[in-house]
Design a protein around this ligand. Structure first.
Ligand code: NAD
Ligand code: IPM
Ligand code: MN
Length: 354
């Protein structure tokens, strides 16, 4: 198992180190995991003048899977856009054709009280958000800021999807639904946007190949509301890049913290990049207080989706469950009566629970 490890910026290196610890612990028991580190984001810019250095892309291409921490930092916010950390992340997703981003939203029973919503609304929740990751407003041309005919500055981006882009991610949504409760909700804004009108048409066409799946459609504004009103109505959600970005951060709070949500970004051949859905959290970086569980759970997803090792994935996930049951909490999920621990101590606890 060849894994490229890209820690990135802010809390990225802190949380990635905990997932690396977990993988190393498995390695010492006979799994043949080879890990090589490289820079990305602001760290890539600092080291090589590029948020996605050539060597990092080459290493990632040669690897079976990529483990990423997070990118971004205030000090890079005024760089020209192509040099910004976020561009490194967007480019590697595009270069590796990682069009399907799986973001599972699960509530651990012991964390139902850590959610800002009522425990009965979130307990037992199990949703899979399938976010398209290489199209939409993020990549559509034209884009830019120019001076318009009235002499004022004008910013513009293009929301764009081809039918093949919609179809391939729709297939992923249906296939995942088939392995779960066979309910798929496609989220868009077809009442206003042509991109969404096409999205809905293609999803309906694709549905013919999955007659057992109950397909529904929801406008994104309603979906944002339904996610906090009654999240348990959802099984699998499939949506575009920008809506999926926003809805998954929203959905993360159902679980108690954004620090709990891992993700898999996949191409057609199970090659994948695995990262927490959160960012570099510069407000808490360097303090050893970030929650590493999202990154550790991303490593579990790597075992499941790229390496087909459900047994190893289950072991990592069970170790996380055990640690949570034992009452250890980073500050973001801390509630009265539990024990506060730092990022590295949480990683150690998961290794011990393996
Ligand atoms: P963020 O996700 O980094 O942080 C939002 C809030 O959640 C902060 O208060 C932070 O402290 C908290 N938080 C995030 N992860 C946490 C964790 N593991 N444990 C505990 N608390 C956690 O989002 P932001 O503040 O909007 O963005 C900060 C930077 O990260 C920006 O530069 C942004 O572009 C970048 N970013 C990167 C990624 C990525 O690398 N995939 C994702 C989102 C944002
Ligand atoms: C995420 C992040 C990224 C995105 C940014 C940092 C480019 O928010 O992974 O969710 O918008 O996809
Ligand atoms: Mn995001």
């Amino acid at each position: 198992m060849k894994i490229a490890v890209l820690p990135g910026d802010g809390i990225g290196p802190e949380v990635a180190a905990q997932a690396v610890k977990v993988l190393q612990a498995l390695n010492s028991e006979g799994l043949k995991i080879e890990m090589e580190h490289a820079t990305i984001g602001g760290a890539g810019y600092d080291a090589a003048g590029d948020p996605l250095p050539e060597a990092t892309l080459a290493l990632s291409r040669a690897a079976d899977a990529v483990l990423l921490g997070a990118v971004g930092g205030y000090q890079y916010d005024s760089l020209p856009r192509p040099m910004r950390p976020e561009q490194g992340l967007l480019r590697i997703r595009k270069e590796l054709n990682l069009f399907a981003n799986l973001r599972p939203v699960n509530v651990y029973p012991e964390l139902a009280d850590a959610s800002t919503l009522k425990a009965e609304v979130v307990s037992g929740l199990d949703i899979m958000i399938v976010r398209e990751l290489t199209g939409d407003l993020y990549f559509g041309q034209p884009r830019g800021i120019h001076v318009n005919a009235n002499g004022e500055r004008e910013g513009y981006n293009t929301m764009r999807y081809s039918e093949s882009e919609v179809r391939r991610v729709a297939h992923i949504g249906f296939q995942i639904a088939m392995k779960r409760n066979k309910k798929l909700c496609s989220v868009e804004k077809a009442n206003v946007l042509e991109t969404s009108e096409l999205w809905r048409e293609v999803v309906i066409e694709t549905a013919k190949e999955y007659p057992e799946v109950a397909l529904s459609h929801m406008y994104v504004d309603n979906a944002a509301m339904q996610l906090v009103r009654n999240p348990k109505q959802f099984d699998v959600i499939v949506t575009g890049n920008i809506f999926g970005d926003i809805l998954s951060d929203e959905a993360s709070m159902l679980t108690g913290s954004i620090g709990m949500l891992g993700s898999a970004s996949l191409d057609q051949n199970r090659k994948g990049m695995y990262e927490p859905i959160h960012g570099s959290a510069p407000d808490i970086a360097g303090q050893d207080i970030a929650n590493p569980l999202a990154t550790i759970l991303s490593a579990a997803m790597m075992m499941r989706y790229t390496f087909g090792r459900d047994d190893v994935a289950d072991r990592i996930e069970n170790a996380v469950k055990k640690v949570i049951s034992s009452g250890l909490r980073t500050v973001d999920i801390y509630t009265a009566g539990t024990t506060k621990v730092g990022c590295a101590a949480m990683g150690d606890a998961v290794v011990a629970a393996l």
